[in-house]
Design a protein around this ligand. Structure first.
Ligand code: FES
Length: 71
């Protein structure tokens, strides 16, 4: 789904950016150009950012809690 029509940025690209380490709307604006034109996409992009940050943190926490087995 295209989130930012002005800059042709999809929700998938926003999620990928989060996985590469972006954590704020300022970084999304700087690196992808999200919400740098009309601004109509700001709240939707922010919601996708927040949801994916939370999901990514949950996955990292799960991975860190896994027991390490050694032979
Ligand atoms: S839709 Fe994103 S800046 Fe216009």
């Amino acid at each position: 789904m295209i989130v930012c029509v002005c800059n042709n940025i999809s929700d998938r690209e926003i999620r990928q950016a989060v996985e590469l380490g972006l954590t704020s709307m300022e970084e999304l604006r700087r690196d992808l150009g999200v919400a740098t034109c009309c601004g109509q996409c700001f709240s939707c992009a922010e919601e996708i950012l927040s949801e994916h940050l939370a999901a990514t943190a949950e996955i990292q926490e799960t991975v860190l809690k896994r027991p390490v087995f050694s032979n």
